[in-house]
Design a protein around this ligand. Structure first.
Ligand SMILES: Cc1ncc(C[n+]2csc(CCOP(=O)(O)OP(=O)(O)O)c2C)c(N)n1
Ligand SMILES: [Mg+2]
Length: 342
């Protein structure tokens, strides 16, 4: 590439080099973040246009998600995600069209054939397991998948994600306890964005980081700046190595920022102070990673521009195709709802 800025210092190069991340991989991770953000922003526009009745966002969580995905083997390891994991799923192989088919509730939506709400991700080919809207139930499913991998002697890791508020659910405790007892190849990432809808972290738990509870489950625990791609990757790399070596599970608390309201059904200006909302603007993980890559001489202005433009046109195309796609057949309405559904 001819448009790259000055080469990086030895010290910064050694950071990603020490982690085993090639420069091309870093730029690819940046591309995934940009694409996820472009898709996410568009779904809010579709919501305001009356085309998507409900949307829920991953804006502000992207660094944690693409870094975690980079530590996994797509199609081998398992992800049991939650509704903010768009960038995670993109990094594992979900396409903009796959996602837009779910936003429009079309028949070919790979998550559920248009039956689930958008952002209830599921993608068989990428081993992304579809989940319920009932928060924390996915933790038990992930523990079960990890248990099956252990019993069968398979070299597979199960990762699950949820918000910090959802750790108040009994399912979370049961899943983590089971994973700790059986030393499972299991990783739980808590994407701590300080809020559970309108309830702040300080009213949810008496500890600054939920990872402090790891010891009580007999597992490793890490708290990480979830806006720092390399820091999250380092933590996840260790957690995956631990899981593959049969050394048991890890609980990761990633401190992230929630840029949008909880969903399209609330307005965070009603419960978050203005200064706090303004401070969020300084915590954009994409801007931060872009600055980092540019400072290291790994991303030039032209390449960045290309990445942004490609993301925009991929999203345009996906929206057009999804809008034109067929809706589910009403005759299949009861499929997966009742045991004898057609
Ligand atoms: C068992 C259960 N209780 C309540 C809800 C309603 N609900 C959906 S998301 C949410 C907040 C979750 O907050 P958090 O776990 O911090 O995740 P975040 O949305 O902040 O990423 C609640 C209360 C639910 N879906 N399931
Ligand atoms: Mg939260």
């Amino acid at each position: 590439m001819t448009d790259k800025p000055e080469a990086a210092t030895t010290e910064t190069q050694s950071t990603h080099a020490a982690l085993g991340l090639e420069p091309e991989k870093l730029v690819e991770m940046y591309r995934q973040m940009v694409l996820a953000r472009a898709i996410d922003r568009r779904m809010w526009v579709l919501n305001r246009q009356g085309k998507a009745p409900f949307v829920i966002s991953g804006q502000g969580h992207e660094a944690t998600q693409v870094a975690a995905a980079a530590a996994l083997r797509p199609g081998v390891d398992w992800l049991v995600p939650y509704y903010r994991d768009l960038a995670f799923c993109i990094a594992l192989g979900l396409t903009p069209l796959d996602f837009m088919l779910s936003v429009y509730a079309r028949a070919d939506d790979p998550s559920s054939g248009g039956r689930q709400m958008p952002s209830h991700f599921g993608l068989k080919r990428a081993r992304i397991v579809t989940t319920s809207s009932v928060v924390a139930t996915q933790v038990i499913h992930a523990a079960g998948i990890a248990y099956a991998a252990k019993v069968r002697g398979l070299d597979e890791v199960a990762v699950t994600c949820l918000g910090e508020g959802s750790t108040s659910e009994g399912d979370w405790h049961e899943g983590l306890n089971f994973a700790g007892v059986h030393k499972l190849p299991f990783i739980c990432i808590v994407e701590d964005n300080d809020y559970a809808i309108s309830v702040p972290h300080r009213l949810q738990m008496g500890v600054d980081s939920v990872a402090r509870r790891a010891d009580g489950y007999g597992m490793a625990g890490d708290t990480v700046d979830g806006g720092d791609v390399l820091a999250v990757y380092a933590v996840m790399k260790r957690a995956v190595e631990r899981a593959r070596a049969g050394e048991g599970p890890t609980l990761v608390a990633a401190k992230v920022a929630r840029f949008t309201s909880h969903s399209s059904d609330d307005d965070q200006r009603r419960y978050r102070p203005q200064e706090e909302l303004e401070a969020l603007l300084r915590r954009d993980p994409i801007e931060r990673f872009r600055n980092h890559l540019q400072a290291e001489g790994l991303l030039g202005e032209e390449e960045d521009e290309r990445i942004q433009q490609n993301a925009a046109s991929e999203v345009d195309q996906a929206v057009q195709q999804a809008e034109a796609a067929a809706p589910p057949d009403p005759a299949n309405l009861e499929l997966h709802v009742f045991a004898d559904g057609c």
